[in-house]
Design a protein around this ligand. Structure first.
Ligand code: ZN
Ligand code: ZN
Length: 305
């Protein structure tokens, strides 16, 4: 696994929510999940599955409400999501193309840098620095709006699930407006800056940052075609619907409190035959979130390219 600098290990491993980090959640959890998927042995994934499985049990003690309402409690919902994430990691293990696409899609969201293994202490050259800012959303925002404003923004962004919301809305808009790139982009801006819709808690504190939000969407949509096809055409970006769903799910620190991630990412993955999410995992999600039995299935021809 490549060594990185400039990002907290705890956030990378998504140890415990909530997590306050300079990345504002944009680098939360997903790199560790991708590393587990890419590892030569299954050991870490099996450990992850075992932990998730053990978390799925009604509490023996504690407040009666937590026992009576289980699994529709924070612990029950978290356990259901964790075993689902294990299923997503298994899917990424089976499908290296999807794993790679997800990793490439995650790249522009990074604030961390790869460490040069031959010379770990080497400082980036001015040219490397410029390329990093060019290729990454948050450094791009810092360049335009200054460190102070982006530091303030990132504090609220982390609490309000900004980056996973952006990804979930992007996946949704790419799916809604297939082939119409600019309409999809506008729909994401509208979803993130509008008063309507059900945003995560704390979202109101992001609304004074409308210019930052618009720029963030602009930058993400600038990077998508490059990620998908090396920038040959914007059409390629529509291939990133599944990687965007996967990345949002892995990035989100608490999908149980994040409606867009559940509706636009968790549910489509659960219903997507190719993902092979197991029946008992689906059942746990249904019980924990009170979902109805067997919604419509996604077309398997809808593959990631
Ligand atoms: Zn972080
Ligand atoms: Zn989230």
């Amino acid at each position: 696994m490549t060594k990185r600098s400039g990002h907290s290990k705890n956030c990378e491993q998504a140890g415990k929510p909530p997590c306050a980090c300079r990345c504002g959640g944009a680098e939360h959890g997903w790199q560790e999940a991708l590393a587990i998927a890419a590892a030569s042995s299954e050991r870490e994934l099996v450990r992850f599955e075992r932990e998730a499985d053990q978390a799925w049990k009604p509490p023996e003690r504690g407040r009666t409400g937590q026992r009576r309402n289980w699994p529709q409690t924070s612990a029950g919902q978290q356990a259901a999501i964790k075993i689902f994430i294990a299923g997503v990691i298994r899917w990424l293990r089976r499908d290296p193309n999807l794993r790679e696409a997800t990793e490439q899609l995650g790249e522009p969201f990074r604030i961390s840098r790869d460490i040069d293994p031959d010379n770990p202490r080497r400082r980036p050259t001015a040219e490397e620095e410029e390329r990093f800012v060019e290729g990454h959303v948050i450094p791009g925002l810092r360049k335009k709006f200054g460190d102070q404003r982006i530091n303030d923004f990132q504090k609220e962004a982390g609490k309000a699930h900004f980056w996973c919301e952006l990804l979930a809305q992007t996946a949704h808009a790419l799916d809604e407006f297939r082939g119409q790139y600019n309409r999809a982009k506008k729909a994401v801006v509208a979803a993130l800056t509008g008063n309507g819709g059900q945003h995560p808690d704390g979202w109101a504190l992001l609304l004074p940052y409308q210019d930052v939000i618009e720029r963030a969407v602009e930058l993400v949509f600038k990077h998508l075609p490059r990620v998908a096809t090396g920038g040959i055409s914007v059409e390629g970006a529509f291939r990133l619907i599944w990687p965007a769903r996967v990345l949002a799910v892995l990035m989100c620190r608490e999908p149980r409190r994040h409606r867009a991630v559940r509706e636009y990412c968790v549910k489509p993955i659960v219903n997507y035959g190719t993902a092979q999410i197991k029946e008992d995992v689906k059942k746990r999600l249904r019980l924990a979130f009170d979902w109805p039995e067997s919604p419509t299935s996604y077309d398997d021809a809808d593959e990631v390219a």
